[in-house]
Write a protein that binds this ligand. Structure first.
Ligand SMILES: Cc1cc2nc3c(=O)[nH]c(=O)nc-3n(C[C@H](O)[C@H](O)[C@H](O)COP(=O)(O)OP(=O)(O)OC[C@H]3O[C@@H](n4cnc5c(N)ncnc54)[C@H](O)[C@@H]3O)c2cc1C
Length: 453
């Protein structure tokens, strides 16, 4: 699939030998399929994104990209939720009935309060900490002694790289092109390559300036990350940010800088970055999960210490840096907190995970031109690929040499996961190439499993 994506790092630089080969299964997913039960129409996504045309990192005028608001909120608008757009939460007050969320309606320049028995705060790391600091300073929330601790930048370092010896257009493809790995790079360091899109420019701009801006399309943005010590402190005093965080006190940056320097020496294209100023697209912590209110702000279920009924579901709770793009970790936490809130309100409302596991029996007769060695090699080569397939719990390779017939038994988390794998062109093409055959697949629900050590 990634072969179709311009600039995708698993193949874009393969002729250059600059980077360690990073196959598709070691990459982050470049795109996420629309989650069930949302469909394209409901989500506002009109059609597939063009990876070679004008669609790029700033969006797609064709409607080929949708943002998370459209994907996740739109379907629920039809089910009765209310979204108050252009409203800014200023602070939160606790009273006998629960909470008052004090908001500013920006469009109509009006301040008012919304009462709620429970509140879930998800304003992002900086804004959640700001709202909590304001509320604590105004004594509208009970004291949170651990507020502000554990802030980190995820070890981020933004760099630009102009590859030598060619004209490249980095804006093509998905916004993030995938991971780049240089020889000797520390395991903790993740470097992503991203596109730089030339913004639309007004006609009156002198050509010299236009050319200068357009030239940036040949640069690639590199975003390096690594788990820092999350040892910073973030505070807001009278609404003003006070940040105590230093690159020097986070030794992991040496590894980040060294990896970026290696790209310069390896590729001959200068990687430019600032070694002194911390800069992040992934601020994390400040209202972290901890065992006590001294060390953090929320407990293991996301509820704010000393302020029952107030929950946090954004990056501010992460107790450690992910050292990688953090969105899915934040989403997983949010989903967990939501399930805990629902469970507390009414355990019956939680859909107990029904046993959806499925066994798939895959049988095939390899083409007679294949030898037993071919079969064994195909098995060996496929192990790393299957190790990272989503939803696959177990796979057993069986082969009857006498009948020259193969049977593989898979245990999947769900039939959807199994079908996504078997239906993919990657699976079908790899199978055909390995065995010269088309498999027969039978599904049987897995009801009970015994596992011995
Ligand atoms: C340019 C860029 C690229 C990135 N690329 C990636 C990537 O490829 N992969 C990845 O995993 N991560 C990426 N990230 C990081 C990712 O966007 C964040 O880590 C993630 O969105 C944080 O989620 P959150 O829920 O904590 O906060 P947010 O996503 O920031 O959500 C907070 C929301 O609260 C709203 N809000 C804030 N204050 C208030 C207020 N006072 N009242 C009302 N509403 C408020 C905001 O408008 C926002 O909608 C990127 C970040 C940037 C800046």
């Amino acid at each position: 699939m990634h072969d179709d994506m311009p600039n995708h790092t698993s193949f874009a630089w393969r002729d250059k030998k600059w980077f360690v080969d990073t196959p598709e299964n070691k990459q982050f997913p470049a795109a996420i399929n629309l989650p069930e039960p949302f469909n394209r129409q409901e989500s506002g996504l009109k059609h597939a994104i063009s990876l070679t045309g004008e669609d790029g990192m700033f969006g797609a005028s064709s409607g080929g990209k949708a943002n998370a608001d459209a994907l996740y909120l739109l379907p629920y608008l039809n089910k009765g939720i209310t979204v108050k757009d252009m409203h800014e939460v200023r602070n939160i007050s606790h009273d006998d009935n629960g909470y008052q969320v004090n908001v500013r309606d920006i469009q109509n320049k009006r301040d008012y309060s919304i009462a709620a028995p429970k509140v879930v705060l998800a304003a992002g790391t900086m804004n959640t900490v700001k709202i909590l600091c304001d509320s604590q300073d105004n004594k509208t929330l009970n004291l949170m002694p651990g507020l502000g601790k554990g802030f980190g930048t995820n070890g981020d370092c933004m760099a630009t790289w102009k590859p030598s010896g060619g004209q490249y257009n980095s804006s093509l493809g998905t916004p993030v092109h995938g991971k780049l790995v240089v020889d000797g790079q520390a395991d903790e360091v993740t470097i992503l390559s991203a596109g730089i899109e030339t913004p639309p420019m007004p006609a009156w701009l002198p050509n010299m300036l236009k050319n200068k801006v357009q030239d940036t399309g040949g640069n690639f943005q590199l975003v390096a990350m690594a788990p820092d010590d999350a040892n910073g402190v973030v505070k807001f005093e009278n609404g003003r940010l006070k940040l105590d965080y230093s690159i020097k006190e986070n030794p992991v940056f040496e590894k980040v800088f060294s990896a970026l320097d290696k790209i310069t020496t390896q590729t001959g294209g200068k990687v430019k970055f600032d070694r002194k100023t911390a800069m992040t697209a992934h601020p994390l912590g400040g209202a972290r999960i901890a065992d006590s209110d001294r060390e953090g702000v929320v407990d293991g279920k996301g509820e704010v210490y000393n302020n029952p009924g107030l929950f946090i579901t954004d990056g501010s709770v992460l107790p450690r840096a992910t050292g990688a793009p953090p969105t899915l970790s934040i989403a997983a936490w949010s989903s967990y907190v939501a399930s805990k809130i629902i469970e507390k309100i009414d355990p019956q409302l939680i859909n107990k995970p029904e046993n959806k596991m499925i066994t798939a029996i895959v049988t095939y007769k390899p083409d007679p031109s294949k030898t037993m060695e071919d079969v064994n090699n195909a098995f060996k080569n496929s192990i790393p690929l299957f190790s990272s397939v989503r939803g696959l719990k177990k796979k057993i390779y069986c082969f009857d040499e006498e009948a020259f017939q193969g049977t593989s038994v898979y245990l999947w988390e769900s039939k959807e996961a199994a079908e996504a794998c078997y239906g993919s062109t990657t699976f079908q093409e790899a199978f055909k190439k390995s065995f010269g055959a088309v498999p027969e697949i039978t599904f049987i629900p897995a009801l009970q499993i015994v596992e011995n050590d």
